[in-house]
Design a protein around this ligand. Structure first.
Ligand code: ADP
Ligand code: ADP
Length: 215
């Protein structure tokens, strides 16, 4: 049935204070949801439990993917099923193309370009001197936080995981780029994208933003 379910999940880091208290929700196949909440609400904890950075113990509820308890799934197949775009991605001192493609063995240039388009970095990359050959890091250009996030999004899209987790992955982007990417992701999960990749669902984490100090 291709869905993700949290079933009455409670979790504590130290055994005394409660990080999650009886959390239940379902994310159906083909949908894109955002976890929105104040700092400390438990958003990151939900993601950490989902990729089994921590495991739930008996009596703390269940997390199910396609109806299967994730504790019965090996770490290796879980890592294949879930793609995470971190908040502050770290890139290799290598070309943009390498940074997008390294996670997928033998990725072709066409696939890398398609993933870059889906992450809305295509035009920007082509305006760099050597396009996908442009090096980043110490011996190349320095990318802005938003550019790094877009490279990381493209890298994760190329790996084509059924479940896509975005941990404040668009926090360094301006609002219009963020909207473009959200739209591209929605098209992907709903199978309306021109890319051949078909994401089943995505969960993004968005903090409630503090009011803009300069506005
Ligand atoms: P959010 O991502 O919504 O900001 P978190 O999931 O990081 O919230 O945190 C939920 C609660 O768990 C908070 O009270 C936080 O202090 C606590 N917490 C988070 N990470 C840890 C940790 N590694 N050790 C102990 N407590 C933690
Ligand atoms: P260092 O500069 O000592 O390598 P950093 O924490 O700045 O440490 O970077 C860690 C890695 O992230 C580096 O190996 C580098 O390749 C990459 N990186 C850092 N900043 C950028 C940037 N602006 N653009 C692309 N890659 C970067």
């Amino acid at each position: 049935n291709g869905e993700l379910e949290f079933d009455n999940v409670s979790f504590s880091y130290d055994g005394r204070t409660t990080a999650l208290d009886g959390v239940s929700f379902k994310v159906p196949k083909g949908s894109s949801v955002a976890l929105v909440g104040e700092s400390g609400a438990g958003k990151s904890t939900i993601l950490r439990l989902l990729y089994r950075f921590y495991d739930l113990k008996e009596g703390e509820g269940r997390i199910l993917i396609d109806g299967q308890d994730i504790r019965d799934v090996t770490q290796a197949s879980l890592r294949k099923a879930i793609g995470v775009v971190p908040q502050d991605p770290v890139l290799f001192n290598a070309s943009i193309g390498y940074n997008i493609g390294y996670g997928k063995f033998g990725a072709s240039q066409d696939e890398i370009v398609a993933a870059a388009k889906a992450a809305q970095i295509h035009d920007r990359i082509l305006s760099f001197p050597d396009g996908y050959d442009t090096r980043v890091g110490e011996r190349g250009i320095r990318l802005s936080g938003g550019e790094k996030q877009r490279v990381a999004i493209a890298r994760t899209l190329l790996k084509d995981p059924p479940i896509l987790l975005l941990d404040e992955a668009t926090s360094a982007l301006d609002t219009s780029t963020e909207k473009d990417i959200q739209k591209a992701l929605q098209n992907l999960v709903q199978g309306r994208s021109s890319l051949s990749i078909a994401h089943r669902l995505s969960v993004s984490v968005t903090p409630i933003r503090s009011p803009c100090k300069l506005c």
